[in-house]
Write a protein that binds this ligand. Structure first.
Ligand SMILES: NC(=O)c1ccc[n+]([C@@H]2O[C@H](COP(=O)([O-])OP(=O)(O)OC[C@H]3O[C@@H](n4cnc5c(N)ncnc54)[C@H](O)[C@@H]3O)[C@@H](O)[C@H]2O)c1
Length: 339
């Protein structure tokens, strides 16, 4: 039953599975701003919070549905009448480290359940939140990471590899749905997300928050290794736009990277956060932190996002300095303090 893969936002209904989240709350606002008839946030609040969606709660076109991706009946109810579904519900590396069984369930069976519900509800398009974790971690991840870069597992923490592997499986479940029943979909491989309503669940973004908190307490921020390690973030508002554009575009059956304008080193990151926080002591070089799940690569890398422009017309707009400024302003606001 393949139809037109382009799903306009205005007048259509969308369900965000795992919606009470960092990316979900920003995307809901983006879809509502572009005239969505309704946005349903579906979440079991395993990690999501009321605080993450407090700014949207009273929106007349937003509906919150408590439900679990492990329960088909919940998904069938939530996806009824939806033109598009954004599948976000997942355990990331730190949560996967604590509870791999539940993480594997949600990230694999949960995705398959969501796809089956979309089939039953005749949802026109699915956008699936994948990750640059599909390239793996550890020595061997270096250079330009493009969509055909293979998965690298050696030397990385098991939880990070389990997480990346589940995202690879999730992508393949989307492809399988396309092949078997013509489900239109776009996979976006997000790089590490940061911005307003930042949570403590993502190892790399946590580093931003920890640095900020140390600087604010007047302590030296910590730099692991020699500070030359690469990080490539993406601002949450840019991702919300990417999710919207993935629905609107005619693209289908494709997986593309969505990363920020440019990578940076951990030392540059710490210096930028310190400066934006109003200054503070010089960083302390701490070598490797034993016992911490850290996501490291072997060399300098850049996550290429040019294929996203070709597929859905998207490119990142907010650079690190501006995005960090917005994150810090949010943390200093009443909403950020209450979160
Ligand atoms: N945050 C990042 O840096 C990052 C980077 C790359 C990819 N991603 C992916 O993007 C997506 C969104 O990321 P985020 O940071 O907004 O995540 P998040 O942790 O804020 O959101 C995930 C949501 O899924 C919900 N959830 C978990 N189990 C569920 C279940 N059984 N049923 C229903 N809901 C359930 C959680 O309560 C939470 O609200 C995830 O799929 C993640 O893997 C995130």
């Amino acid at each position: 039953m393949p139809g037109n893969p382009a799903v306009p936002i205005a007048g259509n209904r969308f369900c965000i599975v795992g919606g009470a989240s960092l990316v979900g709350s920003a995307t809901a606002a983006e879809l509502l701003d572009h005239g969505a008839a309704e946005v349903v946030l579906f979440d079991n609040f395993a990690f999501g919070s009321d605080a993450a969606i407090a700014h949207l709660r009273d929106h007349p076109r937003l509906r919150l549905v408590r439900g679990d991706v492990m329960r088909m009946a919940d998904l069938l109810r939530a996806t009824e009448g939806m033109a598009g579904v954004l599948q976000l519900a997942a355990y990331m590396t730190l949560s996967m480290d604590r509870d791999p069984w539940s993480g594997l369930d949600v990230n694999i069976r949960g995705v398959q359940n969501a796809l089956e519900a979309c089939r039953a509800s005749k949802v026109a398009k699915v956008v699936f939140a994948s990750s640059n974790a599909t390239y793996g971690y550890g020595p061997g991840v270096a250079g330009e990471l493009v969509e055909s870069t293979p998965f690298h597992s050696q030397g990385a923490p098991p939880a990070a590899i389990l997480y990346g592997a589940t995202k690879i499986i999730g992508e393949q479940l989307c492809r399988d749905a396309h092949r078997k029943w013509g489900q239109d979909y776009v996979v976006l491989r997000y790089s590490t997300v940061y911005g307003e309503r930042q949570h403590y669940r993502a190892a790399n973004a946590l580093y931003i928050i920890e640095t900020l908190e140390k600087v604010r307490r007047g302590e030296s921020p910590e730099v692991f290794g020699d500070g030359s390690e690469t990080k490539h973030f993406v601002y949450v508002g840019d991702l919300a736009r990417a999710n919207r554009m993935a629905f609107e575009s005619a693209a289908t059956d494709v997986a593309v990277n969505t990363s920020g304008p440019a990578p940076m080193t951990t030392l540059q990151l710490v210096e930028m956060v310190t400066e934006l926080a109003g200054g503070g002591p010089a960083p302390r070089f701490v070598g490797n932190a034993p016992g911490k799940v850290r996501l490291t690569s072997g060399g300098a890398f850049r996550i290429a996002h040019e294929a996203a422009f070709a597929a859905i017309g998207w490119k990142p707009e907010v650079d690190m300095k501006e995005g960090l400024r917005r994150l810090i302003a949010w943390r200093d606001s009443n909403e950020g303090k209450a979160a």
